[in-house]
Design a protein around this ligand. Structure first.
Ligand SMILES: [Mg+2]
Length: 229
């Protein structure tokens, strides 16, 4: 057993409920409909409603960052922006790229009697659409996307994680995410985070943020969860 697997096994042994980020660990949401195109489309919709992009950042390529920007500068446009982004994310997941290791984690949790909740900054409707299309709803206890019209609910805020924990004991949970903001949200919610480094440079960022263990593949987590030894 490698050192990483040994620490993973120690971490996962007492866990009763795995909280999983969606974009990255379960699938690549914007694999077929790139995030920059989604942001452009959202920006055009917003411009029709009177949105003016800030001069210092005229082209935002991250749709979730654009939603945050709207909340800061034009709170009156947040609800329509969130609704529009939800439609775009729902379109994007149709061509999202599955993470087979992430699916293996879902199955391994079911087989080992652990609950799974998805905790994501994406819209709940888009995530549920993906899970249904890929026949994965049976593995997921609860899906908690950002609070509609309230981007301040998004990670690194702990709010979505705390909602998923429902007042349960922190040691029953572990969170798996692929961004530093996931690790920060985990720390703020009082639970440990396993970092999933799916791109070069992420390992260092996840470790610096405080991830307890960093894996390069979701399969490593699935293998440890399935290990009955
Ligand atoms: Mg992610």
């Amino acid at each position: 057993m490698t050192e990483t697997n040994a620490s993973l096994a120690d971490l996962l042994r007492p866990v009763k409920h795995v909280l999983l980020d969606f974009d990255g660990p379960v699938c690549s949401v914007f694999a077929g409909f790139p995030a920059s195109d989604v942001a452009k489309s959202l920006q055009e919709e917003l411009e029709a409603l009177g949105w003016k992009a800030p001069a210092e950042n005229p082209v935002e390529t991250d749709p979730l960052a654009l939603l945050r920007q709207v909340a800061e500068r034009r709170p009156d446009l947040v609800s329509p922006a969130d609704r529009q982004l939800t439609l775009l994310e729902t379109a994007a997941v149709q061509t999202g790229r599955p993470n087979l290791g992430g699916e293996a984690v879902l199955r391994a949790c079911a087989e080992s009697g652990r609950a799974v909740s998805i905790v994501s900054n994406n819209a709940t409707a888009a995530i549920e659409s993906y899970l249904t299309a890929h026949d994965l709803t049976r593995y997921v206890t609860r899906t908690i996307g950002r609070t509609p019209g309230d981007p301040s609910s998004m990670k690194p805020s702990p709010r979505l994680l705390l909602a998923a924990m429902g007042g349960g004991e922190a040691w029953d949970f572990i969170f798996v995410g692929d961004a530093a903001r996931d690790v920060e949200a985990g720390l703020a919610a009082g639970i440990g985070t396993i970092g999933y480094a799916n791109k070069p440079g992420k390992r260092e960022r996840l470790e610096a943020a405080g991830a307890l263990v960093v894996v390069d593949s979701m399969k490593s987590i699935a293998i440890v969860l399935s290990d009955r030894a």
